[in-house]
Design a protein around this ligand. Sequence first.
Ligand code: DGL
Length: 284
Amino acid sequence: MIATDEQTPLSNTSCDQAVAPIGVFDSGVGGLTVVAALQRMLPHERILYIGDTARVPYGGKSAETVTRYSREISDFLIAERAKLIVVACNTASALAVPTLAPSSSVPLLGVLQPGAVAAVKSTINKRIGVIGTKATIGSSAYEKAIRSLDSDVTVSSVACPLLVPLIEEGLFDDEVTGIVLRRYLEPMLAQGIDTLVLGCTHYPLLKRAIQNICGPGVTLVNSAENCALAVKDLLASQTEVDSINHNDHRLDIVLTDSSEGFLRVAVKSLNLTIDTLAFRQIGK
Ligand code: DGL
């Protein structure tokens, strides 16, 4: 891994859209679950990831603040010639994408709609649970997206504000995490859900612990996997921006503040190889 300073340009100067990076961002490590899925499905693509470690967590902030952060990061990615932007954060997908996407100069793809589509496909008894940050659950964005696809579905939603800090600390299999998860999940399980949307990109890192508590009768919907599939479809439909013939596989990461936990999760838990790591101030 190469660490770069403030002066080093992150992108090459080529204007060729096929070799331009896919821009991805989240408040912290959560969006790396989307990066891992993107690398599995699109191994020839270059990814430029922004982890807003200076301002994590987003989940308790207002729509105005999350929209401002998301706009600042999107502008940064566009200046770095990103050919499309993946908002690898459910909170920003719920609160900012509806405002930013219509005027964006490159496609801006959130994680929420692909997760809702996958949940509706998965449920048999039409009872879906959704867990997410306070802001995501408070926006009712999943509930609206799911019910616009199938109005017969009952959606139970629970905000889980303690999970992001536990994950950022790398406490995936910890006893404390287990107690917190049971507190959040048991009331929802009592309602008989057969599908649970992991409505925060941090949560796939707790997939094993969550599945153990839910049991085999509940299908977990991972917004990271479903978003990566949506990106693959979008690129396949726009051959001029698809890097399939270029093989530019690499992962460049920019953090807005130092974070030891970030690298631990990236390297040890997700097994990602980072080509360059840089620190930048984005926004005020
Ligand atoms: N990973 C994010 C999400 O999907 C953000 C969590 C946070 O920063 O609170 O919502």
